[in-house]
Unconditional design. Structure first.
Length: 274
C-alpha cells in the first residue's frame, strides 16, 4: 500500500505519528455485527376442554348462553321479593310505654302503613292500663291528642264512662301516690303534689290519713338514711334542717328528730339463707 507524504494531507483528516516519522491516515474500524437474537420457541398448542373431555361436557360460551336465553319464552308473572322477618330487637331498649308506642307509630308511618284509628274510650283505657291518672291529668292528655271530628264533650263523656266502670278514680290515685311518697316526702310536699294533679282537698285529706306512720317517724327514717349522726356544730345542724325542710317535713317533726325525741324500734332483719 502506497503511503502519502506529509505534504499531501488534507484538512479534516486525523493523522497519527509513528516511529518512522510518517503519518498514516486514520480510518474508523468497521462496526461489529450485532449478535442475532435467539429464535422464540413455537407455542405449544393449547389443550382445550373439548379436546380433553369431549364436546358434550364443554362449558358454553357467553354468546351461546345469551342466544339460548333469548330463545326461551318470556315470563309474564312478576317475581315477588321474599319479605324478611322483622327484628324484635330493632328498637332501642325503652321502659316507657308511651315512648315505645310513639316509636312504633313512627316505624309504621315510615313503612307506609297507618295504624287503625282508636276511639277516645280505647285511648283512655290504654293510658289507665299503664298507670293511674286523675281525671284532670287524663283529660289534658286526651285533649292534646284530639283527632278530626272529636270535641271536648266527647272527652268528658269518655271520662264519665271510665269513672262509671271503675277504671278512673281520683281517690285511688291519691291513696297510691301518698303511700308511695310517704317514705321520702313530708306531708306538705305530698299535699302539694296531689293538689297539682287535680285531687280535691277532701280526697287528699282522706289519703293522708291512711298513711301508716306519723310524719316525725318518717322524718327520722329519712334522716337516719341520709345523715345518721346528730349535728356536731351549728353549720351541720342548718344543713340537715334545710334538707328535711326541702323534703316537705314540718319544723316540729325536724326538731323532734334533732333533739332525739323520736324513738323508732329497729326492724329485725331475718336471714333467709342468702
Amino acid at each position: 500500500m502506497k503511503r502519502k507524504s506529509v505534504d499531501n494531507w488534507e484538512e479534516g483528516q486525523l493523522f497519527v505519528f509513528g516511529d518512522d516519522g510518517e503519518v498514516l491516515p486514520y480510518t474508523e474500524a468497521p462496526p461489529e455485527p450485532a449478535p442475532e437474537a435467539p429464535a422464540a420457541p413455537e407455542p405449544e398448542p393449547e389443550e382445550t376442554f373439548e379436546a380433553r373431555w369431549g364436546a358434550a361436557d364443554a362449558p358454553r360460551s357467553a354468546e351461546a348462553f345469551l342466544a339460548e336465553r333469548s330463545e326461551r319464552p318470556e315470563r309474564t308473572g312478576r317475581r315477588v321479593r321474599r319479605r324478611e322477618p322483622e327484628d324484635p330487637f330493632e328498637f332501642e331498649y325503652c321502659n316507657d310505654p308511651e315512648e315505645w308506642e310513639r316509636r312504633a307509630k313512627e316505624k309504621a308511618e315510615k313503612k307506609g302503613r297507618k295504624r287503625p284509628k282508636r276511639s277516645l274510650k280505647m285511648r283512655a283505657a290504654a293510658a289507665l292500663a299503664r298507670r293511674e291518672y286523675t281525671r284532670k291529668a287524663l283529660r289534658e292528655k286526651l285533649l292534646r291528642g284530639l283527632e278530626e271530628g272529636e270535641t271536648e264533650a266527647d272527652v268528658d263523656e269518655a271520662l264519665n264512662d271510665m269513672e262509671r266502670w271503675g277504671y278512673l278514680s281520683d281517690e285511688r290515685f291519691a291513696k297510691v301516690r301518698a303511700r308511695n311518697k310517704a317514705s321520702v316526702l313530708g306531708d306538705r310536699r305530698i299535699r302539694e303534689e296531689l293538689r297539682r294533679e287535680g285531687v280535691a282537698q277532701e280526697t287528699a285529706k282522706i289519703a293522708m290519713n291512711e298513711i301508716a306512720e306519723p310524719e316525725n317517724v318518717r322524718c327520722y327514717r329519712l334522716w337516719k338514711r341520709r345523715f345518721g349522726e346528730l349535728p356536731a356544730d351549728r353549720k351541720e345542724r342548718e344543713k340537715q334542717i334545710r334538707y328535711l325542710l326541702y323534703r316537705g317535713f314540718s319544723m316540729s317533726s325536724i326538731d323532734d328528730v334533732l333533739r332525739g325525741r323520736v324513738i323508732v324500734e329497729e326492724e329485725e332483719v331475718t336471714d333467709w339463707g342468702l
